[in-house]
Design a protein around this ligand. Structure first.
Ligand SMILES: [Zn+2]
Length: 358
C-alpha cells in the first residue's frame, strides 16, 4: 500500500501571519493561540480582543501539553494555533488532536519539518527524548511568513536546509529497499518527485538564499528555500521515509558537545556520512560543496567534537542503529563500516574545506 499525507492548506509569503485571525475565525469563535515567549505580544496585538493567547513553557513535554490543554478546554477553544518554532508547534498539534479540534501552524522559523507533519516529538521536562506521537491528520492550515522568518537568525534557515538535504537520499534508499515511510506505507511517485524537487531547489537556490537572508532581502531564492525546508522536506520525510542521515543524527546526540548544534546541522553531516555508505547518484562531491558553501558541518571540528575518540565514535555508530532506519539502506552495513564512514566524512570534509580556503 502507498500512502501520502499533506497539510490541508499551505500559505507562504510576506505578512502571512496577518491572516491568522481570519483563518481562525473560519473554525469557530473561540480561537486559542499557543505562542512562544517572543511572539506573545505580537499574537495578542494581532488577535485584538478575540480569543486567548497562552505563552508556551518551552518544552514539548506531557506536563506542558496537559497544562495548556486544561486552559484550552476551560476556554472552550474551537481551534488552536501555534506561533513559534518546532516545540510549540508539536505541542499544539498534540493538544488539538486530543481535543479533536483544528490546528493552525504559524511558524516563526523554517528550521524543521514540524510545520507540515502529522507527528510530534515528545520530551521529558528536562528535554530528553521520550517518543514520537502520531496525530489523526496533518495541520489544517500552515502559515509561513517570510517577513518573520527573515527576522530570525539565518542559522535556522541553514539548519532547515540541512534537514531538507537528507529528504531525497533517505526516500531514495527506502524506495530501493521497499522500506516503510513515516506514514507506515510505501511511496507514491508523487512523493519521490517532490523529494527530488526538494534536493534540486536546495542546490539551485541555497547559496543565494543564505546571502539574501543575511542581508534581510526577500528574494525568489529565500522563498524557494522556505518552501523546500517547510513544505517539500516535511511532506518528503513523512511520506518518503528515513534512512542513514537521521540515524547518524540520532547517534551523534549521544555526544553532549553536539547538543549546541541544531537538528538539521547534524542531519547534514549524517547525509554526507550516509553518502559515503551508499551513493547511487555519484553526487557526494556536489553535496560537500553545497554544505561548505552554505555553512553546514562537514568535519568533526564543525560538530564541536575535534578530538572525538575511537570509543565515542563507536558509541555514535552503535546508537545510530537504535530506531532501525539503518536497515532502510540498500547496502550491508555494520558498526565498523559506519565508524569508517564517519571518519571519512571528516577527512574529506577537511580536505575540501582547505581546498576552498575555509
Ligand atoms: Zn529531520
Amino acid at each position: 500500500m502507498k500512502i501520502m499525507i499533506f497539510p490541508s492548506k499551505y500559505i507562504q509569503g510576506d505578512g502571512a501571519m496577518n491572516l491568522l485571525p481570519e483563518v481562525m475565525e473560519k473554525f469557530g469563535d473561540k480561537p486559542f493561540i499557543v505562542a512562544t515567549k517572543s511572539m506573545v505580544e505580537t499574537s495578542k496585538k494581532l488577535m485584538g480582543n478575540k480569543g486567548k493567547v497562552v505563552q508556551f513553557g518551552g518544552e514539548c513535554s506531557r506536563s506542558e501539553i496537559d497544562r495548556i490543554k486544561a486552559i484550552a478546554k476551560e476556554f472552550g477553544a474551537t481551534a488552536i494555533a501555534a506561533v513559534g518554532g518546532g516545540k510549540p508547534i508539536d505541542a499544539s498539534k498534540v493538544i488539538a488532536d486530543e481535543m479533536n479540534i483544528p490546528v493552525i501552524v504559524c511558524a516563526t522559523i523554517a528550521a524543521t519539518d514540524a510545520p507540515t507533519s502529522g507527528c510530534a516529538v515528545l520530551y521529558t521536562e528536562e528535554g530528553v527524548y521520550v517518543e514520537v506521537l502520531y496525530q489523526k491528520r496533518n495541520p489544517d492550515v500552515v502559515l509561513m511568513d517570510t517577513d518573520i522568518i527573515l527576522k530570525a537568525p539565518t542559522r535556522f534557515l541553514i539548519s532547515g536546509m540541512g534537514d531538507a538535504l537528507a529528504t531525497f537520499f533517505e526516500a531514495n534508499s527506502c524506495e530501493h529497499t521497499r522500506s516503510l515511510s513515516e506514514a507506515f506505507a510505501l511511496r507514491t511517485k508523487t512523493t519521490m518527485a517532490l523529494t527530488k524537487l526538494c534536493l534540486d531547489m536546495l542546490l539551485k537556490y541555497g547559496r543565494q538564499a543564505v546571502k539574501d537572508a543575511e542581508n534581510g532581502i526577500k528574494s525568489e531564492a529565500v522563498e524557494a528555500i522556505i518552501e523546500a525546508n517547510a513544505l517539500l522536506s516535511g511532506i518528503g520525510f513523512e511520506s518518503g521515509g528515513l534512512g542513514s542521515a537521521h540515524s547518524i543524527h540520532n547517534g551523534l546526540t549521544v555526544l553532549p558537545a553536539t547538543h549546541h548544534l541544531y537538528h538539521g546541522e547534524k542531519v547534514a553531516f549524517g547525509t554526507l556520512t550516509g553518502l559515503h555508505l551508499y551513493d547511487d547518484l555519484g553526487i557526494i562531491d556536489e553535496v560537500y560543496d553545497f554544505c561548505i558553501d552554505v555553512g553546514l558541518p562537514v568535519t568533526f571540528e564543525d560538530l564541536h567534537i575535534p578530538n572525538v575518540t575511537e570509543e565515542e565514535l563507536k558509541e555514535v555508530a552503535e546508537s545510530s542503529y537504535l530506531y532501525n532506519f539503518m536497515s532502510h539502506e540498500p547496502v550491508e552495513l555494520s558498526v565498523e563500516k559506519v565508524i569508517a564512514a564517519l571518519k571519512k566524512t571528516d577527512k574529506i570534509g577537511r580536505e575540501k574545506k582547505a581546498a576552498k580556503g575555509k
